[in-house]
Design a protein around this ligand. Structure first.
Ligand code: FRU
Length: 534
């Protein structure tokens, strides 16, 4: 619900930036009934994507690994199913797939909301906040002052810290030292992501400052020095920048390293509303400089997107993954501010994407990120069906009605002998509701269409456009992996080169999966994995 009563300054800055529209969370807190019904649970409660038992959830926050647990915190309002006074909700997992909800980790004080941020395991107790044998864990987040917002003040947001001396289960605000970064006179100044920069032996904080990312550095997590900024007039700027992430990564199969900036923005995403772009370059300890070829690509393509679907926002990576593991693990909020507060669930709202591994690859001299579901998902594969080759003249039934539970499945295959044609893949139910995705190989794009997917009328923005991602010309083959839950599809094209994540709300589960093309279809190496989720 949009309130016109106290539009925050971001509204005015939005107009200045000609991005039309205020933050959806300018709405006054809404106390709504958060009782879920068993019908709703059965139809829409995700089988294996994290969702809170009740209440509202948005961005993932402060993820780290410690003492055998993956921790996930998130923007949380327990008393309503719309955005409200922000807490940090909490869940833990041993394997990134099965999550165990924990008590709320950080509570807001009156009118002082706990916005997005990150957490680091301070292994060497650089902060001095450690008291015992275990390393202190330090959460760095934005304190958003609603009183100031209502008074139309500029200095609404500042960066605060809280710490935990029991591996991340209970937290204390660092009252005597907050804020650790004062507001410098910028209205949108939030979402600090901190990482240890091993090359320059310092903590680096990246945060979103309206139309750019700002970098700060510190040796103790308490005193921060401004370093530089990046991004004004570079990449997509359809809306305010939010929730950045910044880290060094090895290029797959080499010892070369590059720095990656992940940068969400809302609106202005690849296919409307909220979206996440990324940049690749170098960092000298103070300044981030785009790689020359990547800079060229950003100019030609306007932006390079981590996900081309409408429902992967504000995603960031886990800190403190052991070096013996070494992966870069990512999770995103599987929704979009365009309609997140209207989706047809009442007891809870939103879930996260499947956790993904992000890898940095280099082809010729071009760097890019690929993302794929974490391997842990394979532990949940139960009945697996395989087909070496399937050929259809115009239509091919891949899963006939009810043979596979399509509310928990991972399906992969290679599409061969691609012609100058359109290849459609359709999930459908007996009511004629469907989601269609595929490859338009004459106009070279991957697409996803949910316009007939069941409940769509809760928001005009939900299904009025088809999402697209441009592909290289003249593809002869295409590898597709799709991850299906009750209300979501995640498409990984060519080993995660292009990704599309979207929600849908059918009035009955999808039971069939078919392919069609007027030039015939050839599918090789089809693997259908049913997931065992309880
Ligand atoms: C992104 C965001 C962040 C902010 C949080 C508030 O979705 O707008 O910028 O910290 O949500 O809940």
């Amino acid at each position: 619900m949009k309130s016109t009563k106290h539009l925050p300054l971001v509204f005015y800055s939005a107009i200045l930036l000609s991005i039309g529209g205020c933050k959806p969370y300018s709405a006054a807190a809404q106390i709504t009934d958060v009782k879920t019904t068993s019908v709703e649970e059965q139809l829409y409660r995700p089988n294996f994507h994290y969702s809170p038992k009740k209440g509202w959830m948005n961005d993932p926050n402060g993820m780290f690994f410690a003492n055998g647990n993956y921790h996930l915190f998130y923007q949380y309002y327990p008393d309503g199913n719309k955005w409200g006074p922000m807490h940090w909700g909490h869940a833990i997992s041993k394997d990134l797939i099965k999550w165990d909800e924990q008590p709320i980790a950080i509570y807001p004080d009156k009118d002082k909301y706990i916005f997005s941020g990150s957490a680091v395991v301070d292994v060497n107790n650089t902060s001095g906040l450690g008291t015992g044998k275990t390393a202190p864990i330090v959460a760095i987040y934005t304190l958003h002052d609603m009183t100031k917002e209502k008074e139309n003040k500029i200095d609404v947001e500042q960066q605060d810290i809280a710490y935990s001396n029991d591996n991340g289960f209970t937290w204390q605000k660092f009252e005597e030292g907050n804020p650790v970064v004062k507001n410098p006179g910028i209205r949108d100044f939030r979402d600090p992501k901190v990482t240890w920069d091993e090359t320059h032996k310092q903590w680096i904080m990246v945060l979103a400052a309206q139309d750019r990312a700002q970098f700060y550095k510190s040796i103790n997590l308490k005193n921060w020095e401004y370093a530089s900024d990046f991004g004004k007039d570079i990449g997509a700027h359809g809306g305010v920048w939010e929730c950045p992430d910044f880290f060094q990564m090895k290029v797959e199969g080499t010892n070369e390293t590059k720095w990656v900036l992940i940068q969400s923005l809302n609106p202005g995403g690849a296919n409307g509303g909220s979206g996440t772009q990324y940049f690749i370059g170098d960092f000298d300890g103070t300044t981030f400089t785009l790689d020359t070829n990547f800079a060229q690509r950003v100019t030609t393509e306007k932006a390079v997107w981590l996900d081309y679907g409408k429902d992967n926002y504000a995603g960031v990576t886990w800190n403190n993954i052991p070096s013996s593991d070494g992966r870069k693990l990512f999770i995103g909020w599987m929704s979009n501010w365009d309609y997140a507060q209207q989706v047809p669930t009442t007891g809870w709202r939103s879930s996260m994407t499947v956790p993904r591994e992000i890898q940095l690859i280099k082809k010729d001299s071009d760097y890019s990120l690929i993302s794929n579901p974490v391997l842990e998902l394979e532990k949940y594969y139960s009945k697996t069906q395989k087909e070496k080759k399937l050929i259809g003249k115009e239509k091919l039934e891949i899963v006939s009605s009810g043979k596979v539970d399509l509310t928990k499945a991972v399906i992969s295959f290679r599409l061969e002998n691609l012609k100058n044609a359109v290849y459609n893949f359709t999930l459908s139910n007996a009511k004629g509701e469907s989601v269609t995705f595929g490859i338009n190989n004459s106009e070279n794009f991957l697409f996803l269409d949910r316009s007939k997917s069941g409940k769509i009328d809760f928001s005009e923005k939900f299904a009025s456009t088809i999402s697209k991602a441009l592909l290289n010309k003249n593809q002869k083959t295409a590898d597709l992996k799709i991850v299906l839950d009750k209300t979501s599809i995640e498409i990984f094209y060519n080993n995660g080169e292009k990704v599309m994540t979207e929600l849908f709300f059918p009035t009955q589960p999808f039971t069939s999966f078919s392919a069609s093309s007027n030039e015939g279809i050839e599918i090789n190496n089809l693997i259908i994995n049913q997931l065992k989720t309880n």
